[in-house]
Design a protein around this ligand. Structure first.
Ligand SMILES: *Cc1c(COP(=O)(O)O)cnc(C)c1O
Length: 456
């Protein structure tokens, strides 16, 4: 057991997972189904196939198949940037003076700079296999749009991205990376869709939100022959693809006989967290082992810690199916000063259900604390973390400091989902002391909650 642990634990190419793991198969109480917004009946495969590719619809609705073989073409693409390293944060441990052992799974080692490529390539593959011409999507901070652009260019698919307007303007370099990979990028809300026009008429001068951009992308997908819509988070299928993160993490730990005590991930829509924790949660559900699992979200967009567990729209335009999830309300938009990503109003139905069953914890952190943690990490570990990922860093540091008090040698594993090169405006605000911690009041949250759809 006392094998010396290298700074980076790499798996061999041959040790990469050959199948994704579907956590739902081990859940006794399954996540609630998507509902048709008109009839409030569970969405059928036929209804969903207007919006999504057929194979992805199958994956979305499948609560029972435990493993999905990863097609060879996708594995070949994964090989360009996977297996990703599991890093022992020796320098951070030393800096904190903690007896805890800290490990992070680094998913920023590809051009898109995040874990999103793991699902983008899968979704593009199934679109191509179905003979489609192209796909539409939304992107907030830009990581998903970038990942999807890369995946589409690989399979020679057209890619139309609706980018939240504020990011489109603040992140011109992200935009150009997408265009380099051949995607067309439209700031959202736009005049190119009915829903965009409607939102602009109701909220002139709005800088957009993920919810608006989703509505626009879905409208174009449904209205353009040979196109489907793809989404980079929240959905069951995305968590399935992201299980590759957790499977690799588990395999790397097992290789050195390390048992994780705490597994931590940031939570926006829940895809990296759902993927990272999948095999650990699976063992927990099957009663084989126990882990503390912690979701970390921004205090300015606290869907798990302050939202309600209810059916809600996935988008602002209310064109998408209803999902049962922890939500702040589909028209919730975090304060303009919020710079740290993770701004989606809801949370994956799988994670929502697990959280509701008390199988995982959630906490919210303030963005200035997040950037402090990011800087501490960058200065000792070298990697410049994405603000989203830094939520997990913050919680990992807090847990490691608790171990310092108690003298416990716990194994803390967290997901470092990406790099922050395109987030320097946010870092600048932090450095210049211009970042504050706006936290919505209970009254504000109640206002959005009152507008949740009534589903019985
Ligand atoms: C998109 C993104 C997230 C949050 O999305 P999840 O679906 O919650 O994982 C976290 N980190 C990075 C770097 C991202 O790009």
């Amino acid at each position: 057991m006392s094998k010396e642990i290298p700074y980076k634990i790499y798996l061999e190419e041959s040790e990469m997972p050959k199948a994704w793991y579907n956590l739902r198969a081990d859940m006794k109480k399954k996540p609630a189904p998507l509902l048709n917004p008109g009839t409030h009946k569970p969405m059928t495969a036929e209804e969903l196939s207007v919006v999504f590719c057929d194979e992805l619809v199958k994956q979305e609705l499948d609560n029972d198949t435990k493993f999905y073989e990863i097609p060879q073409e996708i594995r070949d693409f994964y090989k360009m940037y996977r297996p990703s390293p599991l890093v022992r944060a020796y320098c951070l441990e030393k800096k904190l003076g903690t007896p805890a052992h800290i490990y992070y799974k680094f998913e920023g080692n590809n051009t898109s700079g995040s874990h999103k490529l793991n699902s983008a390539i899968a979704q593009a593959y199934y679109a191509k296999k179905q003979g489609l011409k192209g796909v539409t999507t939304e992107t907030g901070a830009g990581q998903w749009g970038t990942a999807l652009s890369m995946a589409c260019s690989y399979f020679d698919l057209d890619c139309k991205v609706f980018m939240v307007k504020v990011s489109y303007e603040q992140k011109p370099f992200r935009r150009e990376v997408m265009r380099t990979y051949g995607a067309s990028v439209t700031p959202s809300p736009s005049e190119t869709t009915n829903v965009g026009k409607k939102i602009l008429a109701e909220h002139p001068g709005t800088t957009g939100s993920l919810g608006c951009a989703i509505s626009e992308a879905v409208e174009v997908a449904v209205g353009t022959p040979g196109y489907r819509y793809v989404l980079g988070s929240v959905l069951n299928q995305v968590l399935l693809h992201q299980s590759v993160i957790g499977l690799e993490t588990k395999a790397a730990l097992d290789k050195y006989g390390i048992k994780a005590d705490i597994v931590i991930g940031c939570a926006g829509g829940g895809s990296n967290l759902g993927g990272l924790i999948a095999p650990f949660m699976g063992e927990k559900l099957r009663g084989e082992a126990d882990y503390r699992i912690i979701a970390v979200e921004p205090a300015s967009c606290p869907s798990l810690t302050r939202g309600v567990y209810a059916y809600d729209f996935c988008d602002t335009g209310m064109v998408c199916p209803l999902a049962k999830m922890y939500t702040l309300g589909s028209d919730f938009i975090p304060a303009p000063n919020h710079a740290g990503g993770l701004r989606y109003h809801g949370m994956s139905s799988i994670l929502s259900e697990l959280y509701d069953q008390g199988l995982m914890e959630a906490r919210s952190v303030k963005q200035t604390e997040v950037f402090e943690a990011a800087e501490t990490f960058a200065r000792v570990e070298g990697i410049l973390p994405a603000p989203e990922s830094s939520h997990a860093i913050k919680a990992a540091i807090d847990e490691a400091l608790k171990c310092k008090e108690t003298g416990e040698e716990k194994n803390i594993v967290f997901g470092l989902t990406g790099t922050g090169y395109f987030d320097m405006v946010a870092y600048e605000k932090f450095h210049d002391g211009k970042m504050d911690d706006y936290i919505p009041t209970d009254e504000e949250l109640a206002k959005f909650r009152a507008r949740l759809p009534k589903v019985d």
